[in-house]
Write a protein that binds this ligand. Structure first.
Ligand code: NAI
Length: 692
């Protein structure tokens, strides 16, 4: 029987009806490589579902025509446009309505999932009666909304709880983690995880003989009981509070609250789910986290642009210097699929590189076969034979201009004519290093952060001689390493270290004044930093901090505190030696509580944070980064700066430039010149005046 659905034509959905009267809705969002649920996609789906409600087929399959996956989530760009809570509520209720239509259609419905199935995508799948996911490493299912400061709103909270039970569902939503098809099957989020070649058959056979829905086992269901909920909620709230303060990240709290109050009544819970998400969505945290997401996309796009304009993609990477950085950079490049050779002066160093790489791969890849094929791509190369075939050469040897120049003199004649030369220097001007090169334009800075496997940012340093093309190639390379490329100019400290250093130094000055270390760290964490500055300095290594501080102090108005120098002189370098500002036990700092009646200085937090903000302004004045948005992105991804505040420049604008400027002036009066507002403030003050 023909449902007549194929007479319809849509921009984003392709419709198909087969001989068994199964209707297939293939989502293929126009002008986009990834499927997201935009207003337009939902409008068309609503129309199709309304039609199918009138003439139900024998079965309905929702699937994706995109290679990379099912649906990656809601269209986040649309989230920033809501002017009020009612407008947001309207949009969410609309999404709920569409998914309710899908849920109530009078035929078996099935979501056929491959690749990304996240957020709104999984919510849609949960509104289908059945879900089959492709069992492949690319398949990822999850509800990551909490990372954007909200929780699922298209009925996903309710349906995830019904499918997986409260403990698992709340855990999925509170952590925002994503899962493989098999893990999702274990958690009852999908019914089957099957290899790609069986997907279509599995779907058809499920629609032909729709199995009965297995109810949730009693031991999972009972946790929803109204007498148990307050206890479970209390426990969950406690563990959430350890990770995120309610004032900074309200979404997880709202989610637990929603479940605790309304889990008895599906209809009411759906209504309240929408209200809760609308409230969160127009709040500052969600808007700032969405901003951070968009900043991340901006950086990725820089890399993609480089990729598009590149004729030959690099294949071989040669890293010189197998120390802390070079070794980990080489290991990371191999993990990301490159053929990598790693050169050092010493055998033992190369042995350690392979050992560390093995540890990383074991953690990330788990399966022995994957670990060994990845290790096969990482080749120790003491004499540097592989240099001649490399498309990208990364130098990560000692931080000494003379030694680096000597190396460049030796290697350039051996390199391929079009190979890109990158340096991981953190302080030497690229122009100095390029002096000895025949082709100075081929040198670009690729400034990785430590630890390489954890830090998402790479500063792409443009020297005066680096060509635009090579900067783009370096950005594309960074993107291919699953890293965010941030273009910066070659100036001392680039962006991230330059901004971080005054903050770390202020923390040490506070310590010298007698403020307990724990109090200093707590104030920074209260502001929203992932780790306090003292612990951070100990973790990075005090020798490295001192070196960067010494270099920066040649150009910037910072004086290096004596206490830092003394600790380094004593060999107390922080975590790696077990003693720095803190003593370390099993890799954790021992933090002594402050005296009970100790009262911290009222301006402690301001002193730490505003030194950073002032330095960002200085970087913008110097043109180290192009825009305030890029500065925010760099500081968030390079230092972990409180994401819910949207970055230092956004924080400044949010608080009011005038107000922050005045605060700096007061601090200058109290503590001296290091707080003097930078000369670059003027445009920001004027902009605010202009905005009224
Ligand atoms: P490291 O001292 O741990 O390692 C340097 C390695 O280079 C040593 O294994 C040494 O044997 C090798 N080496 C020296 N000269 C060589 C040559 N001519 N040929 C072959 N190998 C040679 O140094 P680290 O910390 O890994 O730093 C390397 C570079 O990365 C430096 O430019 C540093 O400024 C930069 N950097 C360091 C960061 C850190 O946190 N350690 C962060 C970002 C950049």
């Amino acid at each position: 029987m023909d449902t007549g659905i194929t007479d319809k034509t849509y921009q984003h959905w392709h419709l198909e009806q087969d001989e068994e009267n199964f209707v297939w809705l293939h989502l293929d969002k126009a002008d986009s490589s990834t499927n997201t649920l935009s207003e337009a996609v939902l409008t068309e789906l609503e129309d199709a579902l309304n039609h199918l409600h009138r003439q139900p087929p024998h079965g309905l399959v929702i699937c994706s025509a995109k290679k990379n996956g099912f649906i990656a989530g809601a269209d986040i760009r649309e989230f920033t446009h809501f002017e009020s809570q009612p407008a947001a509520l309207d949009a969410i209720q609309r999404g709920q309505r569409v998914f309710n239509l899908l849920e109530t259609i009078d035929c078996p419905t099935l979501a056929l999932i491959h690749g990304y199935c996240l957020g709104g995508g999984l919510e849609m799948a949960l509104a289908c009666r059945y879900r089959i996911a492709e069992d492949s490493p690319e398949t990822r299912l999850g509800l990551p909304e909490v990372r954007l400061g909200i929780h699922p709103g298209f009925g996903g909270t309710v349906r995830a709880l019904e499918a997986a039970g409260p403990l698992i569902a709340l855990n999925i939503m509170l952590t925002g983690r994503s899962f493989s098809a098999r893990a999702a099957k274990k958690m009852r989020l999908v019914h089957y995880a099957v290899p790609q070649r069986h997907l279509l058959n599995a779907a058809r056979s499920m629609l032909r003989n729709p199995p009965k829905q297995a109810p949730l086992p009693w031991w999972l269901k009972i946790l929803n009981h109204r007498l148990l909920r307050p206890w479970i909620a209390k426990y969950m709230l406690r563990s959430v509070a350890k990770k995120a303060a309610r004032a900074h990240y309200p979404a997880p709290y709202a989610l637990i609250d929603l479940w605790q109050r309304y889990a008895d009544d599906r209809e009411q819970m759906l209504r309240e789910e929408a209200v809760s998400v609308a409230n969160l969505l127009v709040g500052k945290t969600a808007q700032n986290l969405i901003r951070v997401f968009n900043l991340q996309e901006t950086l990725k796009e820089r890399g993609r642009k480089g990729e598009r304009e590149q004729e030959n993609k690099p294949k071989y990477v040669h890293v010189i210097g197998g120390g802390v950085m070079g070794g980990d950079i080489a290991a990371w490049c191999a993990l990301q699929g490159y053929q990598v050779s790693i050169q050092d002066r010493e055998h033992e160093t190369l042995g350690r590189v392979i050992q560390r790489a093995f540890g990383l791969y074991r953690k990330r890849l788990k399966k022995p076969r994957l670990i060994s094929t990845t290790l096969d791509r990482l080749m120790p190369d003491l004499p540097g034979h592989a240099l001649a075939r490399a498309d990208v050469v990364i130098e990560a040897i000692f931080e000494d201009a003379g030694i680096k120049q000597q190396l460049f003199r030796e290697i350039e004649p051996q390199m391929k004519a079009d190979a890109l030369l990158c340096t991981n220097t953190s302080s030497i001007p690229l122009e100095t290093l390029a002096e000895v090169l025949e082709k100075p334009e081929r040198l670009v800075g690729l400034h990785f952060f430590n630890p390489v496997a954890k830090m998402p940012l790479i500063e792409i340093v443009r020297g005066q001689n680096s060509t635009e093309e090579n900067v783009q190639r370096a950005s594309a390379f960074a993107k291919s390493l699953s890293r965010l490329p941030l273009p910066v100019t070659s100036s001392p400290g680039f962006l991230v270290n330059r901004v971080l250093m005054p903050y770390l130094i202020e923390a040490v000055i506070l310590a010298e004044e007698g403020v307990p270390l724990k109090v200093i760290d707590e104030e920074a964490v209260d502001f929203g930093m992932p780790m306090g500055p003292i612990e951070l300095a100990d973790t990075v290594g005090l020798d490295i901090c001192l070196k960067v501080a010494d270099i920066l102090s040649q150009n910037m108005d910072i004086s290096v505190p004596e206490r830092l120098r003394t600790l380094v002189d004593r060999g107390q370098l922080g975590k790696k030696t077990g003693q720095g500002f803190y003593s370390f036990k099993k890799g954790k700092p021992i933090k002594t509580a402050a005296n009970k009646d100790y009262i911290p200085p009222v301006d402690l937090q301001e002193r730490l944070i505003l030194r950073m903000v002032n330095e960002v302004i200085a970087c913008l004045r110097d043109g180290v980064v192009e825009t305030a948005d890029l500065a925010d992105a760099g500081i968030i991804f390079g230092t972990g700066f409180a994401p819910f505040r949207g970055g230092p420049m956004h924080y400044l604008q949010d608080r009011g430039a005038q107000q922050v400027y005045k605060m700096l002036e007061q601090l200058q009066q109290r503590y001296g010149q290091r707080f003097a507002p930078d000369a670059g403030w003027q445009p920001w003050l004027e902009q605010e005046e202009g905005n009224g």
